[in-house]
Design a protein around this ligand. Structure first.
Ligand code: ATP
Ligand code: MG
Length: 506
């Protein structure tokens, strides 16, 4: 039996037992009074029938007193049994029952008491059982919640804290007792980059966002806050559950990973540049004197070294994008020469695969665009070399432009293998490659489109793709037209707007 239930039972029985004690005392007083009155009246009553001497009167009074006392004790004996039974009950002996076999009302009362005791002990046992089950359920639930790595905070309808698990205590610096029943917004603060996020915002519907948490000691922790409105029955007084996922460790790991990639890429870049340089000079000066096999091997080594250099450059670029350090310096530039140069550089690659590569001449003079010429060159190169790589020999690659009032749209289309629709949503992600024969044959890292998209977005443009498997693909991107008579002042204005829109990063 639960301790609290037992305590309640003892208290109830004690009250009953005290009441019976009180009654017992009153009955004792009554008994004494009865015996005295009976003893006092008996000589007078007897005197009505026979003549009594004073000594006989005293003797008669004594005899009557004894007889009346014996009679009273006999009559009231069952009451003592009641008192005993209640006392036994009050001591926690729920199995105790009264045994009165007088055949009169006292026996009926005893039976009623026993029936009551049966029901009472059954109810008490059941309640104790239910309570034990509820306590063990609660303990199990508490154990589960405290072993969850994420912090969990429960709020009531007034946005007061009603529960904080162990992880939430570690994250906020508060213990359960310190915060119980207190308004969450007075103790724990959540911030986005720009503003304070209040309970009325995060406890409405489903909220899922990276935020900064400020707890007891004023320490800031980067977390992902997931808040769910519970909307359960009002009796539970549970309105909102907050899940706090600590991001600081993940950020630290991510930072270490970025540092490692950056360091390794830089270390590889220098010797590789030397290898490419020496190979290129050697091939240029000695190719004609080398035997064909030797020259072919050196060509392959040169191409492999160049591929490695592209990979390292891609990794460095991705690293900069992740750190938000990819520098893009837009200026008013002539677009056509950039297009022509990139296409010219890839002419050989296309010719080797017997692919025709053309730039459709613009119908009107291309206006200047706001772009970083080097980064824009990378964009064109990535898209055109993809078009060549993923097109079978004999195919076509076309680059064309279209002018609208605010932007220039460029299209790079091919008659290549195409992209399956289910791959398109992932195409501009990191390290994504479609697996088909042609993709397997060409060596790539799946970073080109990710970098291309980042550059275009930093230039305030958009990029997208349309494709049909077996027919070919068209990649489109837009660039903002530079303000006419672009002066330094205008460029500054563009840059300021772009920075405000979060698209340029200096
Ligand atoms: N024009 C295209 N036609 C068909 N598939 C394409 C085309 N362009 C890109 N893809 C698919 O998208 C994937 C990702 O392209 P992305 O340029 O990002 O990487 P990659 O070419 O594999 O490697 P790299 O990082 O060296 O460019 C490619 O592997 C290819 O499967
Ligand atoms: Mg590519």
């Amino acid at each position: 039996m639960g301790q609290a239930t037992k305590n309640k039972l003892v208290l109830t029985s004690k009250i009953a037992s005290d009441t019976l004690d009180y009654m017992g005392k009153k009955i004792l007083h009554l008994k004494v009074a009865f015996v005295i009155v009976f003893a006092a009246l008996s000589p007078t009553a007897l005197g009505l029938f026979i003549h009594l001497t004073p000594i006989l009167s005293i003797l008669a009074a004594i005899v009557c007193a004894i007889l009346s006392a014996i009679f009273l004790i006999w009559i009231l004996k069952p009451l003592g049994k009641f008192s005993e039974s209640v006392r036994a009950f009050s001591d926690g002996n729920l199995n105790h029952r009264i045994d009165i076999r007088s055949g009169d009302e006292f026996e009926d009362m005893g039976n009623s008491f026993n029936t009551l005791a049966d029901k009472l002990s059954k109810t008490i046992n059941q309640t104790a059982n239910d309570r034990d089950i509820a306590i063990s359920e609660k303990n199990r639930f508490d154990e589960i919640l405290s072993s969850v790595i994420d912090g969990i905070i429960a709020l009531d309808f007034n946005k007061n804290i009603i529960f904080l698990n162990k992880s939430a205590q570690n994250l906020t610096g508060y213990s359960n007792t310190e915060v119980y029943g207190k308004p969450v917004n007075q103790l724990i603060h959540f911030f986005s980059d720009t503003e304070d996020i209040l309970p009325k915002t995060y406890c409405q519907g489903n909220f899922n966002q990276g935020v900064k948490l400020i707890g007891k000691d004023g320490k800031q922790t980067k977390i992902n806050l997931i808040a769910t409105q519970v909307g359960g029955p009002v009796q539970t007084n549970l309105n909102c559950i907050l899940i706090l996922h600590d991001l600081s460790q993940e950020e630290e790991l991510e930072q270490m990973k970025l540092d490692f990639v950056s360091m390794a890429s830089h270390e590889l870049k220098t010797p590789l540049t030397s290898i490419i340089g020496y190979l290129s000079v050697f091939l240029e000066e000695n190719k004609s004197q080398l035997p064909k096999d030797g020259s072919d091997l050196l060509d392959k080594a040169f191409i492999a070294a160049q591929q490695l250099q592209t990979l390292i450059q891609n990794l460095l670029n991705v690293n900069k994008i992740e750190r938000e350090q990819l520098s893009v310096s837009p200026e008013s530039v002539d677009y056509l020469p950039i297009l022509l140069k990139a296409i010219e550089d890839l002419k050989n690659q296309a010719a080797q695969k017997n692919i025709s590569l053309n730039l459709t001449s613009p119908t009107q003079t291309l206006p200047k665009v706001m772009a970083d010429p080097i980064r824009l060159g990378e964009v064109v190169t990535n898209l055109v070399s993809n078009a060549i790589n993923y097109t079978n020999p004999g195919g076509r690659v076309e680059v064309s432009t279209a002018i609208s009032p605010a932007e220039v749209k460029t299209t790079v289309s091919d008659t290549g293998v195409g992209i399956p629709p289910e791959a398109i949503p992932h195409l501009f992600g990191k390290f994504f490659r479609v697996s088909n024969q042609l993709q397997k044959a060409s060596k790539g890292t799946g970073l080109g489109l990710y970098i291309t998209k980042s550059i275009i977005e930093k230039l305030h443009g958009k990029i997208w793709v349309e494709s049909e498997v077996g027919k070919g693909s068209s990649f489109f991107y837009t660039l903002p037209i530079a303000p006419q008579n672009s002066s330094f002042q205008n460029e500054d204005k563009f840059v300021a707007q772009a920075i405000q829109a979060g698209t340029l990063n200096y």
